[in-house]
Every structure is written in C-alpha cells, then in structure tokens.
Design a protein around this ligand. Structure first.
Ligand SMILES: [Fe+2]
Ligand SMILES: [Fe+2]
Length: 351
C-alpha cells in the first residue's frame, strides 16, 4: 500500500524566492556539439583528476555527529537549518543538471558525459551529507519530491557555463573562508560539518576548473563584446544574490563568529579575482560605490523580507515592496555601469 501521509521529520522546502537556488535545464543538442578541441589537454587532465576521486572516503560521518544537538536553539537553530537547506538544494540542483547532461551526452560526447557523471557523483555526496546533517535536527528534505515539484529554468548552454563556473568558484570561496575562520576560532565550531569544508571545497574548485576549460574552449564566450557584457551581467547577478542572501542570514554568520558584511566582501573579492582568469572581464570591486551599493540592496532586501513575513494584505505588501524593488534595480544598474577590468588585456601584459 502506498503511504500518502506526510512523514514526520520531512521538511517542507522553504518557499521559492528570487534568491533561492534554482534548478536548471539546458539545450542538450548544442552541448553535444560543442567543439572542445582548444582545451583538450586541460579537459583530459581534469578528467584524470576526477577519476582519481580524492574525496572517495571523505564524506563519512564520524562519532562527533552522534551527539544531541538540542542545545542549539531558537534563532541560531533556525538560521542554521536554513543554511543547511539552502546549501543542500543548491548542491542537489548541481547534481540534477550534471546527471541529466551526462545522460543526454552519453553517446554523443563521451568525454563530457563522463565528466558530468563524475561531477554529479560529487554533488550527490555533498547534498546527501547536508541532508544527513538536517537529519540531526530531526528534519530532512524529500529530494525525490523536490525534483518533481520545483520549477526548472531553461538556460542556453552558454549561460550554464558562465553561471555554473561562478557558482562552483563562489562555493569554493564560501567553504574555504568559513573553514579557515573556524581553524583560527575553534570555539565557534558549533557543529562538526564545518570540519569537512576543506576537502569539500576542493571538489568545487575542480568543478570550477572544468567549467573554466569549457568556457575557454569557446572563443565566443570570451572574445566578443557580447561575451564581455554577459560576463559583467553574470558576475553582478551572482555577487548581488550572494550579498543579499548573506545579509538575510546574518544571524547564521554571527553564530560562527563571522561578520556578515566582512564575510560577503571577502567571498565576492576572491571570486571576482578568480573569475578574472576565465572571464574576459572582472568587476571593479575597489570602486568606492561597489560594495556600498550592493550593501544598500541587501538592506532593501531585508526590508522586503520583513514585509513578506508581516500579516498585511497582499495588495498593501505589494505597494510597500515596489519602491524597495525599484531601489534595488536602480542600485544594481549603477553598479553594472561601473567600468569593469579588462582581463584579456591583463593577460596580454603578464605573459
Ligand atoms: Fe558541491
Ligand atoms: Fe560543485
């Protein structure tokens, strides 16, 4: 008999907003026809690394997890569960996309098919590990249901390459910065998952490098004026999302002894630097208006969240939110217009 009753301990996924991690689908036909010859050496090297599977034995829960976590309560508990859920969904979203790419490319592009299968392997481990952590808080996500009920956003393969590259690299920096901070301040390590972040982030770094090779194999993704515009656009959208999310969850970072604004700045600056090695431009994060405007957006976003949570009628909520949304769009537009740094020209002078 099929049990249709909601199971105890299964968390209803939080409402999807513009900031929640998305699920993607793409044009598999174009993906299968990508000419990768320009980066063949790099891709073969990455494939060898992925096959080596350095983290094969890493994601095993040790005895430290077996404690009771009931002492983490109130706001700290809530914001930590939020963090776990968001991370789990985002890892799982990577898994689904990579798995699907691997399946669709199987007979067309064996190199890519294997690469995506190995990346899906890593993301499944990451998502599973996070879901088990949620289990320690008596909650878990029913990922099979999530797969069916979420909306999938279509991205052309070019956009997938830009955004997945960025999300892997920003993921790397998030994990490593938290890890290094807790190495210095072990008193803030309130749960053992953070100890796993050092090797974990190396998976994300490798995934990012694979996407860098894909990007550089396609001259239209870095050689043209269009590529510059798209790069600016995706860099800014990833950074803006990061700034807003981090400030929305300032409580979680505080519980780790981190200042949300400082953490966000470090992650964005480092990711931007890294992206400069793959993208034709990077953003000028040192411009005096860069971070202040992003942080202003984060403030407006916090106000929007408060309006959303209030019991006001829908119409009133909308009226109150509109000027805030307009202010975010306006500030982001001004940041977008800050002259970026031409990384191709830099490459010319360094080498
Ligand atoms: Fe991951
Ligand atoms: Fe990844």
């Amino acid at each position: 008999m099929v049990n249709t009753l909601p199971k105890p301990g299964i968390k209803t996924p939080s409402k999807e907003t513009i900031l929640t991690p998305r699920f993607y689908t793409t044009d598999f036909e174009t993906a299968a026809n990508l000419d990768l010859s320009a980066q063949d050496t790099e891709l073969q090297a990455m494939l060898a690394e992925m096959r080596a599977d350095y983290n094969r034995h890493h994601f095993v829960r040790d005895e430290e997890f077996e404690k009771s976590w009931e002492h983490i309560e109130g706001e700290a508990r809530k914001s930590f569960i939020d963090y776990l859920e968001r991370s789990c969904i985002s890892e799982f979203s990577g898994f689904l996309l990579f798995k699907e790419l691997s399946r669709k490319l199987k007979n067309r592009s064996p190199l890519l098919a294997e690469m995506f299968q190995l990346m899906a392997r890593d993301e499944a481990r990451h998502a599973g590990f996070l879901n088990k952590a949620m289990g320690d808080f008596k909650l878990s996500l029913d990922l099979a249901t999530v797969t069916k009920t979420r909306t999938y956003t279509f991205f052309p393969i070019e956009w997938v390459i830009y955004t997945v590259y960025l999300s892997e690299k920003i993921g790397y920096w998030r994990y490593i910065i938290i890890f290094r901070h807790l190495e210095k301040h072990p008193e803030n390590q309130f749960y053992p998952i953070f100890r796993y972040f050092e090797s974990w982030c190396q998976d994300e770094n490798r995934h990012g490098d694979i996407f860098k090779a894909l990007l550089r194999s396609q001259p239209q993704l870095w050689k043209t004026w269009k590529a510059r515009l798209w790069s600016r656009f995706f860099l800014l959208s990833v950074f803006a999302t990061h700034t807003m999310t981090v400030h929305e969850r300032a409580g979680f970072y505080k519980s780790l002894g981190l200042n949300a604004t400082e953490f966000d700045r470090q992650v964005v600056e480092n990711t931007n630097e890294t992206a400069g090695r793959a993208f034709p431009v990077m953003l000028n994060t040192e411009h005096p208006q860069f971070f202040p405007r992003l942080q202003r957006c984060a403030g407006y976003n916090v106000q929007i969240t408060e309006i959303e949570r209030s019991s006001l009628p829908k119409f009133v909520k909308l009226i109150r939110k509109l000027p805030l949304i307009a202010a975010i769009v306006w500030n982001l537009l001004l940041v977008f217009l800050i002259t970026p740094i031409d990384t191709e020209a830099l490459r010319g002078t360094v080498r």
